[in-house]
Design a protein around this ligand. Sequence first.
Ligand SMILES: [Zn+2]
Length: 116
Amino acid sequence: MIISLRKIGKTPSDFEIQDDKITFKGFLQYDSGNLILLKAKLCGIVNTECSRCGEEIDLEVDEDLKFFISDGLYKDDDNIEFDVVESFNSMVDLNDLLKSEIELIKSDYHICDNCK
Ligand SMILES: [Zn+2]
């Protein structure tokens, strides 16, 4: 799902996408300058591997995400308490964002029941 950042206004634009067993649901809202706020919930199951034995594990995920998308280069003048993702074509690909969030979760240290 590709969204044009220029179309995002002060009224939140809801979105919901699904990838396998994960739901990514939230909204995009114009904040200030060239920043768009993304607030979403990530929930479902992520298949990953035990960091010790390599056994597959179904990881239950229930996470709140909040970050900014910058339309163009983000200048770090203001102190912002959230992460900023830069977009250089005024578009945001929510499926890509979802994929990188899933990769991030997978890269954490996870242990299966047998290794606990
Ligand atoms: Zn294990």
